[in-house]
Structures are given as C-alpha cells and as structure tokens.
Design a protein around this ligand. Structure first.
Ligand code: 6LW
Length: 513
C-alpha cells in the first residue's frame, strides 16, 4: 500500500503525537490564530480529522501579540499518562516581554481543556517525559542546550535542578526535544539547522536520563537538505510506536516550488516510517522523507484516498461553527453573528492592515490548486466601509476582492498589498449590494472573479503567488482564505452577510512545477 505526504496539508506545523490504544492524537502550532493548538485524531496515521483545540476559550489564554506569523502559540507537545492528556507549549511575543511556557490537560481531547498552568521557564519547544518510575520531566530548549527538570504535575511546578542534556551536533537552533525510552536507553530526538531548508533531525542516547548523551554515529538521522526533493525543510519530529511495535515519525515539511524555491501553504505535517529494529532508528528512505511511501505496516484504511478531505462547504446555518474557521488573536465575539441568511460580520474601525481586533474569519489554504466561492451581501453606504474575501499571509501581505463605498458610490475592487507596496488592480462601479466572489489558485497566480447577473463569471484580475509566500511575507505560517469586514477608521454602519462558502482543492494536481 502507498500513502502520500503530507498527511495533513496546509499550515499544520510542529506536529506532536501520542497513541492511546488504537487511537492517535496529533497537535499542531497555531501562532496568532484562535482557537489555539489544533487537536486531530486518526486510526491509521494517514487520515486525520480535526476534533478540537486545546485553547478554545478567550478566558483561557491571552495570545501574546506582535508581528503576525511570529507570535502566539509555538510548538506544542502532547502526551498521555494515566488517563490524562497533557499539552505543553509556549506563548510567544516578538516584543519585549518574551514568552511563557504552560501546559493544559484533559481527559477528553475532543472536549474542553483545562486553564493553563504557567511554568515560568525559559526557552521554547517544551516537552514532557514520563519515566517508568512514575516521575514526570519537563524538557525545554535553552541557549543552546536542551535542558531537563523534574515536574510535579500535582502542584504544577518544576522541581529540582536543571540538567543540561545536549546541544546537538553543531547546527543552528538545537530545538524541539523529545525523549523516548527503549530497551533501557533514553533516546533524545531534536531538530537542528533551523526550520528552513537546512532543517534536520539529530539524536543522542544515554543509559541515564540525565546523561551524558552520546550522539548517534550517523547524524543527522533525517534531513532532505540540499537534495531538491518535492518535500523540503523536514524536521521537528515526534515518534510513536504503533500497537504492533512499529515506529513512526510525524514531522513538518514544506512543498516549495519555483526558483529560488518558495512555499505558500506553510509547514505541513508528514508521516515517516521508522525502522527501529537496530540500536538507532532509520527514518524514511535512508533518512529522507518522500512524497509517497510504500508500506504494509499500516491499517488497510491508510491506502484509501479520501476526496471528501479536499472539499468544504458552509452555509453558516449550523449553531456550531466548523473547527476549521480561525480568527486573528483572541476574537471579539460581538463582531460575529449567525443570521438566518448566513454569517454576519460587524466591521469595526480597524482595517485589514491591523494585526488584531478585526472582523476576520479564515481557513487554511490546504491545496496549491483550489477554487473558493462565497456570496456576500453588503449594502455599504459609508465612506471606507469594506467587506470581501482575502487570500492572506498576514496583515502586510494579502490580496482581496471586496465591495466598498467610496465617494458617491459602491465599488467592486481587487486590491493587493505586498509589504509597503499597495495597488488597486481593478475598481468597478457596482450598484448591487450582493456579489458572488471566486478565488482560484495554482502555483503561479491567485485569480479573483465575480459572477454577473446572467450567471457568467467575469475576471477581476490576479496576483502572483510568489509574493504571498513565507520567503517574502516572513515567518512561520501559511496562507489563509478569509472573509472580513472593516470600516477603515470608522465603525461600519452596515452588516456584511456571507453565505454559501465553498472550497475545493485538487490533491493530484499539486506537484506541477
Ligand atoms: C518552533 C521550532 C520550529 O518553535 O519552528 O521547526 C518554531 N521548528 O521548533 C516555530 O514553529
């Protein structure tokens, strides 16, 4: 049987995994997006269904703010111990004031998680390890060593001395540590080289949890660096043993295109077979991560293609909002209202340039080739009132089609912002207050169209994909397709109602380059 990487497409970085019986649970970083820390479930390691979030209540956590794509929730770890799931993670700002590590816990990963227990520890990428003697440990990324401390989970406190474990093999940013115990050895897995194209996994082991750790003789144990493979930047992994004793790694990676290579979907989640029959694990194909792996070690369902994962429709009539919708930092729920006709966004005085507080609701772009449509009703009448659909890397890099009021009339516009450069590609006089908008994507362009009264589609214009990539827009996340409304300096007088949102991605057309 063959399966395809990524197993979770779109911006799902820093994966961490645990198994309970035949159920696997996965968590991913979410940065400035709320709800925080995606939780997904799988029975076969290939098909994942999002079941919840660890941070789902504003009252739980104030996401630290700063530059978009570089703040908020970094790199979680999930572990299961004696009936309880723990998720430990960092809340980060790029401004003075730094970061804090905390954990939350639950007995039901699809339900609510506890309020955070703050640990006031330095560094990022925290992890837990439960030893056979019942003791629990916290691992963190120091500068530059990975460090370990015992943790008292009853009291929610770190106890005892800080032990420096390992600084890696000399690559930049030794980070993302996890420890696994096997055959009396403690294996320490970390990432080095940075999350970009030199990303790699390295390993060391010791008979004593506190070291000294001896490096694996064939480090890095996994990397795709300098190979020009379809999957790049692979690293930041976590290991899991299946019920039959086979080992698997999940890691992040990117699917860059063009020259020099760039990527727009963020860092995605990959599954890698691991042969741990010897002293040291062999990851993937002799340490390399492939788009397709052949294996007979997964449950049969892993070989199924599941086209339903490639499409999504929302008419916003359900009381429960789909888990795939995200907001920027902690949302002001009064800006979002369910109406009979769809989802109503109450634009406030903010603009799309603002990194928080805006009426904005988005989903990850999960495929390079995709089509999104949405109906917008927006009887705008006040100067500056604007609502539309945006393809959004961050508040400084985005393209959007929108209805807005300007001077004496309503306009249908296509605008683009790339850093400090801004351009209105097209501005049409538009009398109606209703429009169906379409966004099509491939590896070259984002193309916007609208539907005319006779049902035919008219192109508004397009913008290059390459300027909405991580390499241009910066930092750690991928593109979002979002609906928004804003007053640009003044609270909106009119409501924007969105309905019939549809997204269709093409998995098979992805490796065009
Ligand atoms: C994360 C670090 C990393 O904290 O990127 O790829 C950082 N690894 O471990 C943000 O995701």
């Amino acid at each position: 049987m063959k399966y395809q990487n990524p197993v979770v497409t779109g911006c799902y970085p820093d994966p961490s995994i645990c198994r309970v019986g035949e159920d696997y649970y996965l968590v991913n970083s979410t940065f400035e997006f709320f709800p925080g820390v995606v939780v997904s479930h799988s029975k076969d390691l290939v098909h994942w269904k999002q079941i919840g979030h660890c941070i789902s209540r504003n009252s739980q956590l104030k996401l630290m703010e700063g530059n978009m794509n570089n703040t908020g929730i970094f790199a979680p770890t999930i572990r299961y111990h004696e009936g309880i799931f723990y998720m430990v993670v960092t809340n980060v700002t790029d401004r003075q004031g730094g970061k804090d590590n905390f954990y939350v816990w639950t007995k039901d990963p699809a339900g609510e998680w506890s309020d955070p227990v703050f640990l006031h520890t330095p560094g990022i990428d925290p992890s837990f390890f439960f030893d056979d003697d019942g003791k629990a440990y916290y691992m963190g990324t120091g500068s530059p060593e990975i460090y370990l401390r015992e943790i008292d989970l009853e009291k929610g406190e770190l106890v005892g001395e800080t032990v420096k474990l390992w600084a890696g093999t000399g690559g930049a940013y030794p980070e993302g540590p996890h420890i696994y115990k096997r055959n009396g050895w403690y294996y320490l897995l970390i990432s080095e080289g940075g999350t970009e194209r030199c990303h790699m996994l390295t390993m060391a082991r010791s008979r004593d949890l506190k070291g000294p750790y001896e490096p694996c003789p064939h480090n890095p144990v996994m990397t795709n660096r300098s190979l020009r493979f379809p999957l790049e930047s692979v690293g930041h992994a976590d290991l899991v043993e299946d019920p039959d004793g086979n080992w698997w790694a999940i890691c992040l990676g990117t699917r860059p295109f063009g020259y020099p290579p760039r990527h727009n979907l963020g860092r995605e989640t990959m599954l890698v077979p691991v042969d741990f029959s010897g002293d040291w694990p062999v990851f993937g194909d002799q340490g390399k991560v492939l788009e397709e792996f052949e294996t007979d070690l997964l449950p049969e369902s892993a070989g199924n293609t599941n086209d339903s994962e490639n499409s999504f429709f929302d008419d916003f009539t359900s009381d429960e909002r789909d888990l795939g919708w995200n907001y920027i930092y902690n949302p002001d729920w009064s800006l979002y209202e369910k109406r009979a006709g769809g989802l109503c966004l109450h634009g406030n005085e903010k603009s799309l340039k603002d990194a928080s507080g805006i009426a904005w609701m988005g989903r990850r772009q999960k495929h390079h080739v995709s089509i999104t449509e949405v109906t917008l009703e927006f009887p705008c009448t006040q100067d500056g009132e604007e609502a539309g659909m945006t393809i959004f890397m961050n508040n400084r890099h985005h393209y959007e089609a929108a209805l807005l009021w300007e001077g004496q009339g309503r306009k249908l516009v296509l605008k683009r912002q790339i850093g400090s450069l801004e351009k209105t590609e097209c501005k049409l006089d538009y009398e109606r207050d209703k429009v169906v908008l379409k966004l099509e994507s491939d590896l070259e362009v984002y193309r916007f169209s609208y539907q005319k009264e006779d049902g035919s589609w008219e192109k508004l214009g397009e913008g290059e994909v390459q300027y909405l990539t991580t390499e241009v827009g910066g930092h750690f996340t991928g593109n979002y397709i979002a609906l928004y409304s804003c007053g640009n300096g003044k609270k909106c007088r009119n409501d924007a109602i969105f309905s019939n949102f549809s997204y269709q991605g093409t998995r098979s057309g992805e490796f065009l380059r």
